[in-house]
Every structure is written in C-alpha cells, then in structure tokens.
Design a protein around this ligand. Sequence first.
Ligand SMILES: Nc1ncnc2c1ncn2[C@@H]1O[C@H](COP(=O)(O)OP(=O)(O)OP(=O)(O)O)[C@@H](O)[C@H]1O
Ligand SMILES: Nc1ncnc2c1ncn2[C@@H]1O[C@H](COP(=O)(O)OP(=O)(O)OP(=O)(O)O)[C@@H](O)[C@H]1O
Ligand SMILES: [Mg+2]
Ligand SMILES: [Mg+2]
Lengths: 227, 227
Amino acid sequence: VIRLEELKKIYRLGSVEVPALRGVNLVVEPGEFLAIMGPSGSGKSTMMNMLGCLDQPTSGRYFLDGEEVSRLSDDQLAAIRNKKIGFVFQGFNLLPRTTALQNVELPLLYAGLGGRQRRDRAVAALNAVGLGDRLANRPNELSGGQQQRVAIARALVTEPSMMLADEPTGNLDTASSEEIMGIFQRLNDTGKTVILVTHEHDIGQHAKRIIHFRDGLVVGDEPVEGR
Amino acid sequence: VIRLEELKKIYRLGSVEVPALRGVNLVVEPGEFLAIMGPSGSGKSTMMNMLGCLDQPTSGRYFLDGEEVSRLSDDQLAAIRNKKIGFVFQGFNLLPRTTALQNVELPLLYAGLGGRQRRDRAVAALNAVGLGDRLANRPNELSGGQQQRVAIARALVTEPSMMLADEPTGNLDTASSEEIMGIFQRLNDTGKTVILVTHEHDIGQHAKRIIHFRDGLVVGDEPVEGR
Ligand SMILES: Nc1ncnc2c1ncn2[C@@H]1O[C@H](COP(=O)(O)OP(=O)(O)OP(=O)(O)O)[C@@H](O)[C@H]1O
Ligand SMILES: Nc1ncnc2c1ncn2[C@@H]1O[C@H](COP(=O)(O)OP(=O)(O)OP(=O)(O)O)[C@@H](O)[C@H]1O
Ligand SMILES: [Mg+2]
Ligand SMILES: [Mg+2]
C-alpha cells in the first residue's frame, strides 16, 4: 500500500539546510502493523508527514495504493487525507476554542455526514478512549493525557484504512497506553494498516515490525518476535 | 522545603465540578529526588502547578520553605517562581515566534542579568541538552523532542533550587532521556530538590522516592530500592 523510493526532505532556513530525510526507502503491505523508532530529531515525524500527505518531499517518490502522491492535485490530496488516513499528531493539534466533541466531529464534516450521525460517531470514539464524560470540555480544561486521547479519537472517527500515530502514548500511563494499543490492535485485526512512532520499547513490541531511524535514514527493519 | 496539608483543587465549569485534588498531604525535605506517577487525569499536573506557585488551591495549605504560599503577594510569588523554581511544562509552553536561544534567555531577563551574561548562560544550557547547533530555530522548526529539550534548558538556566518537571522525557528516545536524567541527577547531587512527573517506570527508578497518585489523592509513597 505504501512505497517510498529515495525519499529526501531538506528544510531550508535562510542559508542553513537541515537534511531531515536523506533517502528513505520503505515498502509497507496493506494490513501491516509497524513501529518506527529512533533518536530525537532523526526524521520520524517528517516521514509521518510525508506518509500522511501533509507535506511533499524535496526529492524521491511516494506511492500510495499505486498512485504517485506528488502527481495528485490539492483536492485529491485533501480527499485522501480525509477518507483514507487517520493522523495522530505528536503535538495533538486540537482546536483550542472548541470542545472535545466538536474537535472529534470535525473530520466528519468533510465526509458529508449529517449532524446526528456525526455526533453519534464522535461520542462513540470518545467513549472508546475513556473520555465519554468530558465531551463538553475544551483542550485547556483537560489533562495532557486526556488531550492526547481526544487527538486519538479524532483520528479514529472517520474509520480510516491507514492509521498514522506519532507518539500516541507519550503522555499516557501504562493502563491507558494498553487501552490505546488495544484499539490499534483491533483496527489492525480488521485489516487496517497501522504505523506508529514510539520511543518506548514496550509499545514497539505491540507492533509486528520495527523500523529503526537514525539521521534521516532507515538503519534497521526487523519483525517483532512472537507477532 | 515543601509541606502540603489537605490540598484541594476543584475546577468549576458552569455547573460541573471536577475535583482534581481531593486532599493531598505531602512533605518533601530539601535535596530530595521524587517521581510522581499515576493514571491520566489523576491530578499530577494540577499538583505541580500548585508546587510551582502557578495556581492556588481551592482549600488546604502549601508551605514553601516555611512560608504559606497563599499569603504571599503577586510580586512575592513572581520572585519565587523566577528565583527558586525551574518548571518544565507537560506541553512545553515555548513562545512560538522566538528562537530557542531567546526562549531560554527569557527567565534571565527577570533575573536582571546583562545581555552578554544571559546569552552565555542560555548557550550553555542549550549545549547541555544537545541543542547547541539549533539556537536560531523557532519551535515549529524543531522536532517534538527538541522542543521538549528547549523547555528543559529554559528551566535549568536560572539555576533554581527546586526543579519541577512534568513528563520531561515524554517525547525523548532512550538515549536522550538518559542524558536528561543525568542532568537532573547532577542537579540533585548539588543539593537541589528535583520533583518529576513520569508515566515511565524506568524513568521513575532514577528518583529516590516514588509518590503514586490516583483520583486526586496520594495513594502510595515508597523509596526506590538501591537509591
Ligand atoms: N482548567 C481545568 N478546568 C477543568 N478541569 C481541569 C482543568 N485542568 C485539569 N482539569 C481536570 O483535572 C483533572 C486532573 O488533571 P491533571 O492535568 O492534573 O491530570 P494529570 O494527572 O496531569 O493527567 P495526565 O497524566 O493525563 O497529564 C483531570 O480530570 C482534568 O480534566
Ligand atoms: N519546519 C522545519 N524547519 C526546519 N527544520 C525542521 C523542521 N521540522 C523539522 N526539522 C528538523 O528536521 C529534523 C527531523 O525532525 P523530525 O521532527 O522528523 O524528528 P523526529 O524524529 O520526529 O524527532 P522527535 O523524536 O524529537 O519527535 C530535526 O533536526 C528537526 O529540527
Ligand atoms: Mg517527532
Ligand atoms: Mg499531566
């Protein structure tokens, strides 16, 4: 479902160049469950932004379901982001002045669902992450881990075929993390592709394959034992 | 150095009340190294805000170095926050339009240091967390873990007698986390009090005492073996 060929990303800040991705090659089949691990600043979030069609590479090619993403129009990219992909951002990216419920309903507006249906699906997603009693709260009225779970619910609510989650348990205690990994496992059991970035070894062990990043390159790729 | 007596915090949102702290009692001697652990939403960040003089309790008392904090004036509280306490926020709270260097220099402005001295100390702090080559970058040009490290450098730069860090390694790989814990250990070796919130068991083991939170109360308090 995913093919990356010599993907490069260079950020330019004035005269300084930061080579965030230096030639990433990766093939992911539909239904896989990947964990991406590596040092801070090694390019993991940058690659996730490429996979999520949120940013374009400087060079190299990204094929998603056989189509080369850089050839697609803005409208086609927006449709892919909304229909195919669920994205949990490392920094959550919640709308600060809207409630948890409204934040989770938002992707369903683009999907063209009616008000009643949007609300029911958003409530179900928030219940699934244990926040059914916090629907009316805004992000600044929620703990760090609660905000993270609202971001996860928002990524789940469109029932995407590919889930991309950047450090989804970074602010969660062990019990909440296990619940979230259970949700991702159930997604994967229904055939959805799950790719998550994590720095925690225990969380990585929930995946079936681990990709190791270092300095903008893939330096390791191994199956998880017993999975 | 710290005494909390029946500390309570109730957030009121319209007619709904959220009892974030339900009667916390705690005594911390100078030079201790504490880890605070507990489920998402159990009140850890709320308590850290009390300790950091960033918020006042609904009832109960907080004594810091023998003075009751709720009796102090705004000016006295601002002086304490700036001179005595270093605070690493769970959400970093960096100024988005200013560089890493400027973000780290900011607390030193209140301390009345001259331009040259501020710069030297900020550069040293950023070097200590491995970001010496990113001084001119703004937060949105930095990875999640790099932003977290800028927030840590900012808390260190005033050489506070008490370091409060809320999930300081939540976005850091193992190697970077070990470096940060090394910095906190060296602080503690010079007699500074260190209190950090973490959800990771391995990080908690770097402390000398672990406080367990659940539903707004302290439910456990034990020494770390071998420390
Ligand atoms: N400004 C606020 N208004 C209303 N409720 C709040 C506010 N801030 C926090 N809360 C609530 O108080 C409770 C405790 O929050 P707190 O942030 O202290 O939890 P925490 O232990 O730090 O959680 P986490 O591990 O997820 O960061 C939570 O239920 C939270 O939703
Ligand atoms: N908008 C940007 N402008 C300039 N440089 C950037 C930008 N975004 C990221 N970078 C740089 O690109 C490199 C890779 O960043 P990225 O966010 O992908 O790292 P990461 O592996 O996700 O790190 P972390 O584990 O800390 O989240 C870093 O050196 C970072 O500073
Ligand atoms: Mg990242
Ligand atoms: Mg918190």
